[in-house]
Write a protein that binds this ligand. Structure first.
Ligand code: THU
Length: 132
């Protein structure tokens, strides 16, 4: 069995991924690395569009890739951006809420760089998230 990545390693995956961000409108590149409960890590980037609201954040890109491969639950997600720390937007927080058993157990990691990481649970970032 392979050892679990450290938060730093997961963040570095997100940082590496952000090179592929498509952000010609904002110039703000974001990369995310989502660790599914299976242990597999999926990366994603923000993908903007000339019709601005059609764009998608890096976090949802990473999670959509994972969910479309059959994953349903996540344990951690790290986010890196060209502008330093980037906490997920409200839509991404709600998206994450759908794919965790317990928001206390989904950890969100970001920071100015790999030597200054901060983490918070989804429960802290989205208290009382909507569930049917
Ligand atoms: N963005 C993300 O991809 N994730 C975040 O956590 C914050 C914002 C993107 C959306 C848009 O493409 C750009 O960053 C500027 O808002």
């Amino acid at each position: 069995m392979t050892d679990k990545m450290t938060d730093r390693e997961l963040y570095l995956k997100a940082k590496e991924a952000l090179e592929a961000a498509y952000a010609p409108y904002s110039g703000f590149s974001v990369g995310a690395a989502a660790e599914a409960q299976s242990g597999t890590v999926y990366t994603g980037v923000n993908i903007e569009n000339a019709s601005y609201p059609a764009g998608i954040c890096a976090e949802r890109t990473a999670m959509a890739k994972a969910v479309s491969e059959g994953e349903r639950l996540f344990t951690r997600i790290a986010i890196a951006s060209s502008g330093g720390e980037a906490w997920p937007c409200g839509i991404c927080r709600q998206f994450m809420n759908e794919f965790c058993e317990d928001p206390e157990k989904l950890t969100v990691i970001t920071g100015a760089d790999e030597d200054h990481l901060e983490s918070m649970s989804l429960a802290e970032l989205l208290p009382k998230g909507f569930r049917l």
